[in-house]
Design a protein around this ligand. Sequence first.
Ligand code: SAH
Length: 220
Amino acid sequence: MVDPRVSGIGMTSARTRERLVQRLRETGIRNASVLDRIRSVPRHLFVDEALSSRAYEDVSLPIGYGQTISQPWIVARMTEALLEGPPLEKVLEVGTGCGYQTAVIAPLVGKVFSIERIAPLLDRARERLKELDVRNVRFRHGDGAQGWALHGPYDGILVAAAPHAIPEALLAQLAVGGRMVVPVGPEGEQELVRIVRKEDKLERQRLGAVAFVPLIQGSV
Ligand code: SAH
């Protein structure tokens, strides 16, 4: 049986989701498995019920604690940029938030290690992913700027909040051949960057202007 709460009706229906996927295609998202995930992850379950009619608009929405669920286009773009290259075994995610990005990427990689500094957000994300039967994720409450050295190095690192400069600890936990996608810069001047670690250097690609909440050091 399909659970109607997950499959959606009306403004959360399959047709509404398909419109979003079409829009992402038109705005440059190419990776078919990423588009499939955007189609199948029920974004309306990651926002407050009062906002569920807007869940399949290509906008960021409030999730409490001054934080937001990222715009679907940004989630798709970051996932696509991270996946480009050899398959990813271990991915570190900094800034779990509501867990939507986590749910999108998890089945496309081996294992996700996800860190969030706001405990109640993390608890809710954990619950939702369990409900959606996404099982290859380990969560941690803490300061993601420090990474999660125990499980590193990672062949993928995805940062969902913007530091002024990329934290050294994260660069140190990026494996050779690994890639990191991270928004960098102060509010109003952020840019999405893809870093690839080669044997002897870091390669840096610029993916365009973005607007993220700031990466804040320390957990609460
Ligand atoms: N990935 C989410 C969006 C997260 S918004 C989505 O799918 O929509 C960014 C998140 O990063 C917020 O929840 C914020 O609390 C968290 N964050 C900010 N600084 C952090 C830090 N130093 N360590 C861990 N999480 C952090």
